[in-house]
Design a protein around this ligand. Structure first.
Ligand code: ADP
Ligand code: MG
Length: 263
């Protein structure tokens, strides 16, 4: 991360340097407790524009909490989180805007049950982005087409399979034109035959240049789509490396142990 003293060559500077425009999400010295439990410990993490970061680690290591701090579903006790160079807003309209800049897809398909698929996707753009209904619908249809569920547009979430619901959830997040997408175990609650239809959508998003932070146990996805794997244990980032390095020669005992159990 540190440029050697006296190195004034024209090489691209480190993405971790302050002021670098390409750093879209930056966590610095982030700490978080739940009561006595120290759930995030001195987290330093930078995600650059267009990067796909896959977060893996044992259950309870703080992966979900990490995701939730990035769109301020959780507050932090110490440290800073910046999106596009600005600290996360505390409240009000700025916070609502932040939430739409940071798309989030959860394990549970949390669509609005009493709204149709199309309404689920148009609601945010109309309410938060102040889009015209006709424009929002046109955009929503294009997004539903892209994730392969356009024919389901007038159905209610309960009438869809889990895989279809999760693809609608992705379309709904994309409708807000987010700067970054967070996925927290998006396929963990799916029947096995539906996992790939969701991973395929995520893989195309990654290829199209979307900035993504993905918590997943799908190591195939990590290998093919991640630019970087971040391994967490006990609230800490234990190591991070490109997938080719991480999966073949992890540097920590914790990661080796974890991989031996899941691969
Ligand atoms: P992971 O997603 O890696 O499984 P989590 O971020 O969900 O881990 O949880 C990390 C730790 O924090 C776990 O021990 C969990 O029980 C605890 N935890 C998570 N959310 C809360 C909460 N709202 N209140 C208290 N403890 C929590
Ligand atoms: Mg979790």
């Amino acid at each position: 991360e540190n440029v050697a003293p006296g190195d004034d060559s024209a090489t691209p500077k480190s993405v971790n340097e302050p002021g670098d425009q390409a750093a879209l999400v930056r966590l610095t010295g982030v700490n978080k407790h739940f009561g006595a439990l120290h759930v995030l410990r001195d987290i330093n993490l930078t995600v650059t524009a267009g990067e796909v970061v896959v977060v893996i680690g044992p259950s309870g290591s703080g992966k979900s909490t990490l995701c939730r701090t990035i769109n301020r579903l959780e507050t932090i006790d110490a440290g800073t989180i910046e999106l596009d160079g600005r600290p996360l807003p505390e409240e009000g309209k700025a916070l609502a805007n932040l939430r739409s800049d940071v798309g989030m897809v959860f394990q549970s398909f949390n669509l609005f049950a009493h709204k149709t698929v199309l309404e689920n996707v148009t609601l945010g753009p109309i309410k938060v982005r102040k889009a015209r209904k006709a424009d929002a619908e046109q955009q929503a249809l294009a997004l539903l087409e892209r994730v392969g569920v356009a024919t389901q547009k007038d159905k209610y979430p309960a009438q869809l399979s889990g895989g279809q619901q999760q693809r609608v959830a992705i379309a709904r997040a994309l409708a807000m034109k987010p700067k970054v997408m967070l996925f927290d175990e998006p396929t963990s609650a799916l029947d096995p035959e539906m996992i790939n239809e969701v991973l395929d959508v995520m893989t195309s998003l990654a290829k199209e240049g979307m900035t993504m932070v993905v918590v997943t146990h799908e190591m195939g996805f990590a290998r093919r789509a991640a630019d970087r794997v971040v391994f967490m244990a006990d609230g800490q980032i234990v190591e991070q490396a490109p997938p080719s390095t991480f999966f073949t020669s992890p540097s920590s005992d914790r990661a080796r142990d974890f991989l031996s159990k899941i691969l």
